[in-house]
Design a protein around this ligand. Structure first.
Ligand SMILES: C[S@@+](CC[C@H](N)C(=O)[O-])C[C@H]1O[C@@H](n2cnc3c(N)ncnc32)[C@H](O)[C@@H]1O
Ligand SMILES: [Zn+2]
Length: 296
């Protein structure tokens, strides 16, 4: 992360000051601090990681445990298959199909609650976005994402922060995306501020989340039985109508919505060749996605 570039994007998460100062450390040019003379807040940058020292919440230990223990091999194999045949990615990632509706490549994106970073990796690898930034408050998730990018020889910037306090200026990015994040907020107000944050940070927002379909509840039951408990903490599915409503409340224009054709890796790597999956996969839709453009 270069100080000369990041300084034009950052903003103090505590007081909103946009005139932050860079203090270069003696350890080397890759290590510096970004400080706010107004309120005294200081954030460290080391290599490609900006750390705003975020506070946790009751859900954080769930994600830490998940990304510390999850075997990434199936994801790696599925992505490798996808990068050698784009139709595989299109069957699984509505993101790839929806971005076809806007002029690409976009210059920059930020993934809010990046987890493994797979969605941003797909963006970068397909050349849909030039510079990708990944944000998460879980260190285990950022480490997983860093390794995934390394495996595919791709570059990214990482930010250790909560979504609500992302230390960036309004419209610092062209696209803000998340997948599997908004359904973990309990109240409508919290879901609204999550959607708003996307549309504050970027002109375009992409969000993907599960719907309350029979397929979702069946997979959740099977997953719970296999793991002897539901490992993802609080999760309430978000319908496509709720996504539309939230986007419109922020004053955004909805550009398109879509759903995941095949949920599991074995299905999406084997069945992607089926013609016109769009219509017969809707009844089984597990996750829906929306692409919106900020009007402000
Ligand atoms: C279900 S996972 C995301 C899955 C991800 N799309 C992937 O492909 O691996 C949700 C992620 O959001 C992060 N997250 C949840 N709430 C957050 C918050 N308030 N601030 C920052 N990160 C958050 C979690 O740490 C976790 O990594
Ligand atoms: Zn400040």
């Amino acid at each position: 992360m270069k100080a000369t570039e990041i300084i034009h994007r950052v903003r103090c998460p505590d007081c909103g000051n946009e005139r932050l100062e860079v203090h270069v450390s003696t350890a080397g040019r890759d290590e510096f601090r970004i400080a706010c003379a107004n309120c005294g807040l200081s954030m460290s940058v080391s290599g490609n990681i900006l750390d705003s020292d975020p506070a946790g919440d009751s859900q954080l230990p769930v994600w830490e445990a998940h990304y510390r223990s999850e075997d990434q091999e199936p994801l790696l194999r599925a992505l490798e298959a996808g990068f050698s045949d784009r139709r595989i990615l299109e069957a699984h990632y509505p993101l790839v199909r929806l971005l076809g509706k806007i002029p690409c490549p976009l210059r920059s994106s930020i993934e809010l609650g990046c987890g493994s970073g797979a969605f941003s990796l797909v963006l970068k690898k397909l050349g849909l976005v030039e510079e990708v930034t990944l944000l998460d408050y879980s260190i285990a998730s950022l480490t997983t994402a860093q390794e995934l990018f390394k495996h595919f020889d791709m570059e990214c910037d990482l930010v250790h922060s909560t979504i609500g306090e992302a230390p960036f200026r309004a419209k610092a990015f062209e696209l803000a995306l998340s997948a599997g994040v908004i359904e973990h907020y309990r109240s409508r107000a919290a879901r609204y501020s999550c959607m708003s944050k996307h549309l504050e940070l970027a002109s375009y927002a992409f969000l993907q989340a599960p719907v309350s379909s029979p397929f979702y509840w069946l997979s959740r039951t099977v997953y719970t039985a296999m793991n002897r408990g539901w490992p993802f903490g609080f999760e309430r599915p978000v319908g496509i109508f709720e996504m539309h409503r939230l986007a419109r409340r922020t004053g955004a224009r909805v550009i398109g919505h879509d759903h995941q054709y095949f949920t599991s890796f074995p299905l999406f790597t084997r069945l992607h060749w089926l013609p016109m999956p769009g219509w017969y996969t809707i009844p089984f839709a597990n996750e829906v996605a929306i692409l919106a453009r900020s009007q402000r």
